[in-house]
Design a protein around this ligand. Structure first.
Ligand code: EPU
Length: 336
């Protein structure tokens, strides 16, 4: 396996930042990955596992080894009357996996259509959209430990999934390379259509199934979210904040238009995009970076911007949301 030095990452991060990795390797089988992890030359440098680079912000060149896993197989490993179980390699493009499931009418991930990135990255931040989080379809996650290359299997419970969160962002951060994800999908899926105007959009398709759900979602995403191929971005930059219900009610009294999503009896989630828009940031540009014109939660690189430009803008946004609403916005993306 070739190990590149000073490897350009511009095509490998969806912000399109012009940064380099000191070392870069793209192992395409488990053995090659194991050898790489055991290789003494790279023990002393930081290691970063990359998927599609769609949730990453590089502040500068990466002074270590970037591992860009290519495991691309996807196999059916079990089936019964109601479900199929698929095991997909970490390097499978996420939306190819969704398209494959939808084509076979295996339901569970169709609401996650059109999300950039890879299968291996999907459990890390428990990707979610349109009322579904990937954890509902994940049975287990297989990985190799970074320090000794030994295999480790995470059951669904061991993944400790939360809103845009998992054990891979917490206790196991930078300690495991996810190699495969095992999904359980339904052969007679119930559609999840409660989010936003999805139910309404689907009324145009009598007898709709998961194919139509996928089409509606791909269409909605195209309307609102910039395609990283046209405009550098990493999707939502911040998480939607969860507030004590009393605080959200108070805010709602002051701003009756505020959309709120109850989490449980005690907590309410509110859209960060709304807070950012209220502070006047939507569509604002700061040099080569800015806030997207149709989704205020997305920060964009118009070309030639740097990670630090985006971070500076993000800090200014966080400050004004704190000043106006007394709410702290946490970043969703991974800052390297
Ligand atoms: N809104 C605004 N201004 C905007 C955009 C939205 O006020 O510029 C308000 C609207 O009232 C809207 C509400 O915010 O009803 C929610 O907006 P949207 O449906 O676009 O979703 P979101 O909460 O901003 C989340 C995810 C997205 C996911 C969408 C759709 C997070 C951090 N983001 O965004 O995920 O696609 O829901 O389900 O939870 C990502 O994680 O990278 C991502 C794009």
């Amino acid at each position: 396996m070739q190990i590149h030095r000073n490897y350009p990452l511009r095509a490998h991060n969806t912000f399109g930042f012009d940064v380099k990795a000191l070392y870069y390797a793209a192992p395409s089988c488990l053995e090659a990955l194991g050898e790489l992890l055991a290789h003494p030359s790279y023990n002393a440098v930081p290691r970063l596992v990359m998927g599609g680079g769609s949730n990453l912000l590089f502040r500068k060149d990466f002074p270590g080894l970037v591992i860009h896993l290519q495991l691309r197989e996807c196999a059916k490993i079990a089936e019964d009357e109601t479900t199929v179980t698929l095991r997909a390699g970490a390097g499978v493009v996420w939306d190819d996996f969704v398209a494959h499931c939808v084509a076979h009418r295996w339901g569970g991930v169709e609401n996650l259509s059109g999300i950039p990135g890879t299968v291996g990255a999907s459990p890390v931040q428990n990707i979610g959209a349109y009322g579904v989080e990937v954890e509902t379809a994940i049975k287990q996650v297989e990985a190799l430990r970074i320090d000794d290359g030994q295999p480790v299997v995470f059951t669904h419970e061991a993944c400790r999934f939360g809103y845009r969160d998992s054990v891979f962002k917490q206790a196991w951060k930078n300690k495991a390379v996810i190699t495969h994800v095992v999904f359980e999908l339904s052969k007679s899926p119930a559609l999840v259509t409660h989010y936003g105007s999805m139910g309404e959009a689907l009324e145009a398709f009598p007898g709709a199934g998961i194919e139509q759900v996928r089409q509606v979602i791909l269409h909605t995403r195209r309307q609102k979210l910039p395609d990283p191929a046209d405009l550098g971005n990493a999707g939502s930059f911040f998480k939607n904040p969860t507030l004590p219900k009393a605080q959200a009610d108070e805010l709602r009294a002051a701003y009756p238009q505020l959309p709120t999503y109850p989490v449980d009896d005690q907590l309410t989630k509110i859209p960060a995009a709304w807070l950012i828009e209220q502070c006047g940031w939507k569509g604002k540009r700061a040099g080569q970076v800015g806030v997207h014109t149709t989704q205020a939660l997305v920060l964009v690189n118009y070309g030639g911007g740097t990670g630090n430009d985006v971070l500076q803008l993000a800090h200014a946004i966080q400050q004004s949301v704190r000043d106006k609403f007394n709410i702290q916005l946490d970043t969703e993306i991974n800052i390297v």
